[in-house]
Write a protein that binds this ligand. Structure first.
Ligand code: FEO
Length: 405
């Protein structure tokens, strides 16, 4: 029944859209959904690249059967074992019991660990080639983009790179899958949000992978989430290069927690100082209102970050503390930092913000501001100055240490 979308003459998209799940990994909101991409290569042998989340297993099987038209499925290539891609392995095995599952040693171990699948597997080495007939699939191990077993598969015939999570994006594929047939503007921010939240910790691994991929000369990127990239390959690769270097654009994110508006007023004042310092991209987030996945997206996007927090039970405001942990976990590098806070009878927030930035080893504004109760003239001026100082540091040209590709 299904007319699967064609990527090349004999490569077909058999992935699915998920508009039902509220949160990816049960943490990250999906207001525009997500796609789980899988691809079928029709040659003398047939090969499926990755599967989909088990919640969409039924429709996935229908799509594969529509394409195979009674032929058998010879190989399943597993680029990544996270269950949003490996979830339908057992199901597909029921339909195609002779299927050979292809992966590296870590993949094979996880196949057993997650699903108890031990037989009909083929372990491949880095750089090894599997022939399907005219298509020769070469495997390139790219550990930690996003898990240790992660690899990419390059089809030498059609110059298609099946890249796993790399170059992926949140957002469903509505009516088409190729970037050449759609307005891709709506994906850019979702791609950065995806990167910041899912891959963000693994910048060094992404850099290594980019260097490894450079000689491959691919024409199409088939990721496991979001559009198939053909027209915008250089933009997408450049974006990954920049994000994985933790190179932010000229701009500043101001994040604050505030219970009764006193710290919020300080945030507004810092932002005014940033503007006086010539910053045009100033993004203010109320940490209690904006989901942290969007705040992290903007932290990856911009070079400057200013955080403000009230003292809460002699600690940092818990919502701010939670955000700081998420930044620490991702090991975000090379940010320009400023901080401020308020308290009612004893201050603790500003001290905790100073220990946070010591851990992160970021360049920090000399001035920080701590106010007792309502904002007074002296600290109003100090907040303006904090903004101006951060602006000056952000506007200083940065040196690029190296470049891959
Ligand atoms: Fe889309 Fe790391 O799984």
């Amino acid at each position: 029944m299904f007319q699967n979308q064609q990527i090349t003459e004999d490569i077909f998209y058999v992935g699915v859209n998920d508009r039902q799940k509220h949160k990816f990994e049960n943490m990250i909101p999906l207001p525009v959904g997500v796609s789980y991409n899988a691809y079928l290569i029709m040659d003398q042998k047939t090969a499926l690249i990755d599967t989909v989340d088990i919640s969409m297993g039924d429709i996935f099987i229908d799509k594969i059967q529509s394409q195979l038209q009674g032929r058998t499925l010879d190989y399943l290539i597993i680029n990544h074992m996270e269950p949003d891609h490996s979830g339908s392995i057992r199901l597909i095995r029921k339909y195609y019991p002779d299927l050979v599952i292809v992966g590296n040693s870590k993949t094979i171990s996880m196949l057993d660990g997650f699903y108890g699948v031990e037989n009909n597997t083929k372990e491949i080495k880095d750089g090894e080639i599997l022939s399907l007939g005219t298509h020769k699939l070469q495997f390139h191990f790219t550990p930690m983009v996003h898990w240790p077993e992660t690899m990419m598969t390059f089809d030498q015939k059609s110059k298609v790179l099946f890249s796993g999570d790399a170059f992926g994006s949140f957002g469903t594929l509505d009516g088409t899958v190729m970037d050449t047939n759609m307005n891709i503007d709506r994906y850019w921010d979702e791609m950065i949000r995806y990167y910041a939240n899912i891959v963000g910790k693994y910048g060094a691994a992404v850099q290594k992978a980019l260097q490894k991929l450079t000689p491959l000369d691919f024409d199409i990127i088939c990721s496991t989430h979001g559009p198939v990239w053909k027209e915008y390959i250089s933009e997408v690769v450049d974006m990954y290069d920049q994000l994985s270097r933790y190179e932010g654009n000229e701009g500043v994110v101001v994040v604050y927690g505030s219970m009764y508006g006193f710290t919020e007023l300080m945030a507004e004042t810092v932002a005014q100082g940033l503007s006086q310092g010539g910053i045009k991209d100033i993004i203010i987030h109320n940490v209690s209102k904006t989901d942290s996945s969007y705040i992290l997206r903007d932290i990856f996007k911009y070079r400057g970050l200013v955080v403000g927090s009230p003292t809460y039970s002699n600690e940092l405001y818990p919502e701010v503390e939670s955000l700081l942990r998420k930044i620490e976990i991702r090991g975000v590098k090379n940010r320009i930092f400023g901080y401020f806070g308020s308290f009612t009878w004893a201050g603790a927030a500003v001290k905790r913000l100073s220990t946070f930035v010591e851990t992160m080893k970021w360049e920090t504004a000399e001035i920080s501001v701590e106010e007792k109760q309502g904002l007074k003239e002296i600290n109003y001026q100090a907040c303006l100055e904090l903004g101006r100082q951060v602006a000056k540091m952000v506007k200083k040209p940065i040196e690029r240490k190296e470049h891959c590709g």
